[in-house]
Design a protein around this ligand. Structure first.
Ligand SMILES: Cc1cc2nc3c(=O)[nH]c(=O)nc-3n(C[C@H](O)[C@H](O)[C@H](O)COP(=O)(O)OP(=O)(O)OC[C@H]3O[C@@H](n4cnc5c(N)ncnc54)[C@H](O)[C@@H]3O)c2cc1C
Length: 273
């Protein structure tokens, strides 16, 4: 769609943070920005100008640049000692857009848009990702990905702040995982996503719920895989308000979520995918 209110398109620079003004917007893949009118946007700052490497294997784990596309992420071949690496592709496949969307949509754009059905929120929260955020005047802060999205369309970024990258820790990538996703229709947006993960060293089990709720809900069991009743109690105690939209009623999502969580739990307990 033509954005008729936009007056300028400029390459983003680090100095753009200090020259931020009303009407500015970071441009990542543009799959959402160009999908509907943006009457408040006057200037787009194109993040591609930073030229960040999309994926970097470091001593800490796997660093995903905010500008890494879903296609680049899905195409990454994780080493065999990172069994959780299969989640990368599973999460990308939970965004059921066309190949055009896959080739342009970015990890950062998906997180920053903060839709409940954001698959990058599911992925990065469940793998204990750490978001690196650039604030104006050179300040850099780090926030757990599980706390980056705070509500439907809301995240922790201050006006004009920039999500630079998300680091997935090596320890989490060595975990065993279980992934469940349900949509109302074959190509529909996710109604519920549940990810289970078992830490390779401590045995801690982490169940992460997204899509059926407006921000990630994480249940942690430090002593290993919980029993089915323990999981039910934990979900009841978390009592998340379930999301209601054309992709699923809150009652249906409240029914689905514990079922998917139990499937993920049972898969981790059995040790078989
Ligand atoms: C057919 C179709 C299906 C879709 N399905 C889904 C779906 O299932 N789930 C879902 O979550 N979304 C879906 N979307 C919405 C959208 O395409 C995706 O969320 C996509 O990942 C957004 O990424 P992008 O790089 O294109 O972001 P953009 O459109 O470029 O930007 C999105 C927003 O984030 C801001 N932003 C981008 N990057 C940064 C950054 N690094 N730091 C700070 N702010 C930033 C932008 O200013 C803008 O406000 C769909 C869209 C279409 C057209």
């Amino acid at each position: 769609m033509d954005l008729v209110h936009v007056e300028r398109l400029e390459p983003a620079r680090r100095s753009s943070l200090d020259r931020w003004r009303p009407g500015d917007a970071w441009l990542a893949g543009g799959t959402w920005l160009f999908s509907e009118p943006q009457p408040r946007v006057r200037r787009l700052l194109d993040l591609a100008a930073f030229g960040w490497a999309p994926l970097s294997v470091t001593a800490d784990g796997l660093e995903l640049a905010a500008t890494c596309t879903l296609a680049e992420l899905a195409g990454f071949a994780p080493p065999p000692h990172w069994p959780a690496g299969r989640l990368l592709r599973q999460a990308c496949e939970a965004l059921l857009g066309s190949f055009k969307i896959w080739n342009e949509a970015t990890v950062g754009g998906n997180l920053c848009l903060a839709l409940p059905a954001g698959p990058m929120t599911s992925l990065t929260a469940s793998l204990d990702g750490i978001c690196t955020i650039w604030n104006p005047h050179g300040e850099v802060i780090r926030v757990p990905a599980s706390r980056f999205v705070v509500g439907h369309g809301r995240n922790v970024l201050r006006d004009g702040a920039l999500l630079r990258s998300v680091t997935l820790p090596e320890r989490a990538l060595r975990s065993r995982t279980a992934f469940r996703q349900v949509s109302r229709s074959r190509l529909g947006r996710s109604a519920a996503v549940v990810t289970g993960r078992r830490d390779p060293d401590s045995g801690e089990t982490v169940i992460t719920v997204t899509a059926s709720v407006t921000r990630p809900v994480q249940l942690r069991f430090p002593h290993g895989v919980p029993s089915a009743p323990e999981l039910t109690v934990a979900i009841d105690e978390a009592a998340p308000p379930y999301f209601d939209d054309p992709h699923g009623t809150s009652a249906w999502r409240a029914h689905l979520t514990p079922l998917l969580a139990e499937q993920a739990r049972a898969e981790l307990e059995s040790g078989r995918p």
